[in-house]
Write a protein that binds this ligand. Structure first.
Ligand code: FES
Length: 159
C-alpha cells in the first residue's frame, strides 16, 4: 500500500466514524421525544364516543354496550371541536377533563392500560384522570369539567 492509498483508507474510515457518531446523535435525539410508556407497550388508544352538544354541555347515553359501561373505563368524547376525556369512577360518578394537552395543544388520544393515566401521543406527557400532571413535559393540569349522571345519561358542562 502506497502513501496515497493509506491516506484514502484512513479518511474513508474517519468519514464512517463521523457518520456513525452523528447517526447515533440523531437516534438519541429522536428517542428523547418518544413515549416511554409506549416503548413498554402499556398504552392503548382511547375509545371514541360521539357526544351530543347542548347549551354549554355535551351529553351521551351510557348503556350496557358503551365504552364507559364499566367502572374504571375511559373514553374520549367528541362533538364538533370539543374533545373531553371521561373516566367512570363509580356506578354514578365520572371525571371529565379537557383532552387538549397543556404542553403544546395536541389532542390526548391514549391511556395506560391500567387506566391510571391519560397519555399525550405527541411528547409523552401523562395526566391523572382528575387532570393533574403525572409526567411532563406538560407543567400544568388539564381543565376539569363538572359532570352529572342520571337515567343513563352523562352530562358534561363545558363552560
Ligand atoms: S403536546 Fe402533549 S406532551 Fe407535548
Amino acid at each position: 500500500m502506497n502513501r496515497k492509498q493509506f491516506i484514502s483508507r484512513i479518511s474513508g474510515g474517519a468519514v464512517l466514524i463521523a457518520l456513525t457518531s452523528s447517526s447515533s446523535f440523531f437516534i438519541n435525539a429522536c428517542s428523547n421525544t418518544s413515549n416511554p410508556v409506549n416503548s413498554q407497550g402499556g398504552v392503548a388508544s382511547l375509545p371514541v364516543i360521539q357526544g351530543t352538544a347542548g347549551t354549554n354541555t355535551i351529553t351521551l347515553a351510557i348503556g350496557a354496550t358503551s365504552p364507559l359501561a364499566a367502572v374504571n373505563s375511559v373514553a374520549l368524547i367528541q362533538n364538533g371541536s370539543s374533545r373531553i376525556l371521561v373516566k367512570r369512577i363509580s356506578d354514578t360518578s365520572f371525571l371529565a377533563v379537557s383532552a387538549i394537552c397543556t404542553h403544546a395543544g395536541c389532542v390526548i388520544t391514549e391511556y395506560t392500560i391500567s387506566g391510571a393515566a391519560y397519555v399525550c401521543p405527541c411528547h409523552g406527557s401523562q395526566f391523572h384522570p382528575d387532570g393533574t400532571v403525572l409526567q411532563g413535559p406538560a407543567s400544568s393540569g388539564l381543565t376539569t369539567y363538572p359532570t352529572q349522571f342520571a337515567n343513563g345519561q352523562l352530562t358534561v358542562t363545558i363552560k
